[in-house]
Design a protein around this ligand. Structure first.
Ligand code: 0X9
Ligand code: ZN
Length: 303
């Protein structure tokens, strides 16, 4: 089993999901939802015991391959919920967590074998130049490729030849669409910069309900910071980092209608950046779990 003192590769994380379904059958089910370009199986963990009609929080990580703390934190959160399910009985009885810890499997695997700082998918994008991969967080159809993305297949922010050109993002999209009526929050984990961001990323304009998203983010970050003193900035993604269209967060809100859509940039602020030391996995998990619980309790109490 995992112990969060080191980072785990794709196979280890997928195997761990399967053990959850075996060890906690009343709480966890695992579904295979498609394959990556290189044919890795993508799995969706459904966590909860209140039945399919309860509100859903959809959580993903690892859309950017090199951001290893994201899958590590997502799996940490899942582990806390399942191993302390008595403590969270009311939450797990009234909210379902649908979780995909690594939604860019080929890129993630490549960072273990070939290039630790790879970001994109691994699909061939330009046979002449030999470049591979689109930026999976520029590949979603909402205002696709309008700003902060590139048309160059060799760029790290390549939007892809068309929206949803990447099969991995189509797989995630299909799951969100399937359950969109019940998904009330979408949390997508990245690193680094310590930011709790909401849409939009394609424009500096704010969504009409931005105050609701800001209020919940403030509450979540307050709980997060209380654990180890880690400070986070809050705001729309355009106004906190940069304008970039085609992100999953904008699509979840703008296209799937998920109100509380957040991109969370985990530790740190640049000292180690993507190479966050393993001894920070557990502290990052601890603090982030507190923030996620604020969101989850709010969803339970509101829907
Ligand atoms: O650029 C990104 O995709 C994210 N930052 S990262 O350093 N992890 O690559 C931020 C995405 C924010 N959301 C949108 N721009 N839609
Ligand atoms: Zn990222």
């Amino acid at each position: 089993s995992l112990d969060w003192t080191s980072y785990y590769d794709y196979e280890e994380i997928m195997a761990w999901l399967d053990t959850l379904a075996t060890e906690y059958p009343e709480l966890c089910t695992v579904e295979e939802v498609g394959n990556s370009y290189e044919d890795r199986v993508m799995k969706l963990l459904k966590l909860g015991k209140g039945g399919a009609d309860k509100p859903i929080i959809f959580i993903d990580g690892g859309i950017h391959a090199r951001e290893w703390i994201a899958p590590a934190t997502v799996t940490y959160i899942v582990n806390e919920l399942v191993t302390h399910s008595d403590t969270y009985d009311d939450l797990l009885s009234n909210v379902n967590f649908y979780v995909m810890p690594v939604i860019n499997p080929d890129g993630y695997a490549y960072t273990f074998t070939d290039d630790r700082l790879w970001r994109k998918t691994r699909s061939p994008t330009n046979s002449v130049l030999g470049c591979r991969g689109a930026d999976p967080n520029r590949n979603w159809s909402f205002h696709w490729n309008e700003v902060g993305a590139s048309d160059s297949p060799c760029s790290d922010i390549y939007a892809g030849p068309e929206p949803f050109s990447e099969v991995e993002m189509r797989n995630v999209r299909d799951q969100i669409n399937k359950y969109a009526d019940n998904i009330k929050s979408y949390l997508t984990f990245h690193s680094y910069s310590q930011l709790w961001m909401y849409p939009w990323g394609y424009t500096s304009d704010l969504p009409e309900d931005w105050q609701d998203l800001d209020d919940l983010a403030v509450a979540a970050v307050e709980a997060l910071t209380a654990v180890h003193g880690t400070t986070y900035e809050i705001g729309s993604s355009t106004n906190t980092i940069y304008a970039a269209a085609g992100g999953s967060d904008d699509w979840a809100k703008g296209e799937a209608g998920v109100k509380y859509s957040y991109t969370i940039e985990l530790r740190d602020t640049g000292r180690y950046g993507f190479l966050l030391p393993e001894d920070q996995i557990i502290p990052t998990g601890e603090e982030t779990f507190e923030g996620v619980k604020v969101v989850a309790n709010f969803i339970r109490d509101t829907y």
